[in-house]
Design a protein around this ligand. Structure first.
Ligand SMILES: [Zn+2]
Length: 117
């Protein structure tokens, strides 16, 4: 669920109070924020490229090297990015690679769009 930026809310429990529950959630939120801030210190050429083309790269928050971005296919899913190797992958279209492969894919998408016009 984390991919959608939603945290669960407290309804009722016999094991934990609402206060305790919210403390746990706050701790998770805080940890994710700290990881995201650390991740943002490493802006690779791939991240810069994704930003330039409005694919909104954002740190995932589970470690300092994993990011997600909008998939250039226009589909409603994410592109996974790892900054240590500066590689990306789309699980939906089974495409992956480095910056060069992404540029190639974007130009393929663009030429398909141009053909339709
Ligand atoms: Zn995709």
């Amino acid at each position: 669920m984390y991919l959608y930026q939603e945290y669960p809310g407290f309804i009722s429990s016999k094991m934990i109070t609402g206060y305790e529950f919210n403390r746990v959630i706050q701790k998770i939120v805080h940890e994710k924020k700290a990881i995201k801030q650390k991740a943002k210190k490493t802006i690779t050429p791939l991240i810069q490229y994704l930003e330039k083309f409005h694919l909104y790269p954002n740190p995932l928050g589970n470690n300092e090297r994993s990011w997600i971005a909008k998939c250039p296919s226009g589909g409603n899913h994410f592109l996974m990015v790892v900054t240590t190797t500066d590689e990306w992958g789309c699980g939906y279209y089974k495409r992956k690679g480095k910056l060069e492969e992404l540029k190639k894919w974007l130009s393929e998408i663009k030429s398909k769009k141009d053909q339709k016009m």
